[in-house]
Ligand binder design. Structure first.
Ligand code: GDP
Length: 428
């Protein structure tokens, strides 16, 4: 993927998240000098399998699994320091050397215990189906200019003032929710004073670090969390996450210029899933939906929640191609469909008798949308050992060809299993 022209690459989810970005980033990180997360928080759960060991990374870029690759958490991320240290400790105990190659943006906002409390006590969070990890409330505080950033830990007096403001707001919210719980500023301050000596040595101006690396010709991978349809602007609002998951968010969330990005790889599953509430036009009902969930092991890495499963929706991915400027697609989990008799591809939505092929902003249209499907014969054979396109059965190739035609982006990778080596690099 990296070559003389492509030095900075964004990897985004092009559906509703959980597309297998972790595996792609892991594969691509082998060629990268830097891997930087640009948005989201500890609600993302990337799973990477190496040999017999599985790593679930919530905040640290999965590039950390490659020796020598520098990893950073950008300013666009809301950082949960407790989870970060827990992850670092787990990596170290699994023999991964993190020392000196993990950085945290000094501008990143912190997820504090009161954000989690507000999330847990809020009925609105439950209605959207958030992971309850305080991500939404932390982003709310950021936008309302009430947030606490990593760099604030350098100034205890100012930190206490910020915490007092944040806690007052959180307590007002808790009272509105009818919750008897309240935030204790002293406790929060004590926690941060305990964490600061470990967090501050990691704090850097990440935008500047990446800029300098780019000037020196480094290969830089910018890693998104969640998926394009969960973007706060371009997703199925309000059933979205609180940040800009699409490629525009990469520039902002790392602190580099949009013109410093050379290519954007969209990760898609060979079908569609979403977790939580909100529209999923191609959802597969009944036993077949459950079968796909079982075959794909569609249970959240962070929460264990069962994911809703649907057919591949070309309307969604074509939209994701447009809003992200996808230069290529990486399709994962093709192997999950290996045993199915037939496979459907959604090419448009019929709404009140009219056909739509562009993804609408108005969710009420999606409620009434009847997907129009093209059906493909299943390939009924194991694709897990395929290492080049020509190893794939004809029916699978027909399915892939039609997808790239419909979504208007070329397929650059096809992943056919959980292992690192189970991947086809198209044209490589
Ligand atoms: P992410 O957040 O986008 O990285 O997605 P998750 O980590 O939540 O989900 C990806 C899951 O799918 C992980 O358990 C991966 O090991 C698994 N996975 C990734 N690619 C493939 C693939 O090609 N085939 C199969 N069967 N599993 C895959």
């Amino acid at each position: 993927m990296f070559d003389t022209q492509t030095r900075t690459l964004v990897v985004v989810g092009a559906q509703w998240g959980d597309e297998g970005k972790g595996k792609l980033v892991d594969v691509l990180a082998e060629q990268a000098d830097w891997v930087v997360r640009y948005q989201g928080g500890a609600n993302a759960g990337h799973t990477v399998h190496i040999g017999e060991v599985s790593f679930v990374l919530h905040q640290i870029p999965s590039g950390i699994l490659h020796p020598g690759v520098r990893c950073a958490i950008g300013n666009g991320v809301v950082l949960d320091p407790d989870t970060l240290f827990h992850e670092i400790d787990e990596l170290v105990s699994d023999g991964i050397d993190v020392e000196g190659r993990l950085y945290v943006s000094e501008r990143a906002h912190l997820v504090l215990p009161y954000h989690k409390l507000v999330d847990a006590e809020s009925a609105a969070s439950k209605a959207i189906g958030t992971t309850g990890r305080g991500i939404g409330p932390a982003y709310e505080d950021k936008i309302a200019r009430r947030g606490v950033r990593v760099l604030d830990l350098r100034h205890p007096e100012r930190l206490r003032e910020l915490l007092e403001r944040g806690a007052a707001h959180a307590n007002a919210q808790l009272s509105t929710f009818g919750s008897p719980k309240r935030v204790d500023v002293g406790e929060t301050m004590a926690l941060l004073e305990r964490l600061a000596p470990r967090l501050l040595p990691l704090a850097e101006d990440v935008g500047l670090c990446v800029h300098r690396a780019q000037k020196n010709g480094a290969a830089v991978l910018l890693e998104g969390a969640q998926g394009s349809l969960l973007d706060v602007d371009h997703g199925t609002y309000p059933f979205v996450t609180s940040s800009s998951t699409t490629s525009g968010g990469a520039a902002i969330g790392v602190g580099i210029a949009p013109t410093a990005i050379d290519a954007v790889l969209g990760v898609v599953k060979a079908y569609t899933t979403r977790v939580g509430n909100g529209p999923l036009p191609t959802e597969i009902a009944g036993a077949l939906g459950e079968e796909v969930r079982r075959l794909g092991n569609e249970f959240g890495a962070t929460t264990g929640r069962a994911r809703r499963c649907g057919w591949f929706d070309a309307v969604v991915v074509r939209y994701a191609t447009r809003v992200n400027g996808l230069t290529g697609l990486a399709m994962t989990k093709l192997d999950v469909l290996d045993t199915l008799e037939r496979v459907a591809l959604c090419t448009g939505y019929e709404v009140d008798g009219e056909l739509f092929t562009e993804f609408p902003g108005d969710l009420s249209m999606l409620d009434r949308a009847v997907p129009r499907y093209e059906w493909f014969e299943g390939w009924r054979s194991d694709t897990g050992a395929a290492r080049k396109l020509s190893d794939l059965p004809d029916n699978a190739r027909r399915y892939l060809d039609r997808i790239q035609e419909l979504v208007e982006a070329p397929i650059a990778y096809v992943s056919v299993g959980t292992r690192r080596d189970q991947i086809i690099g198209v044209g490589s």
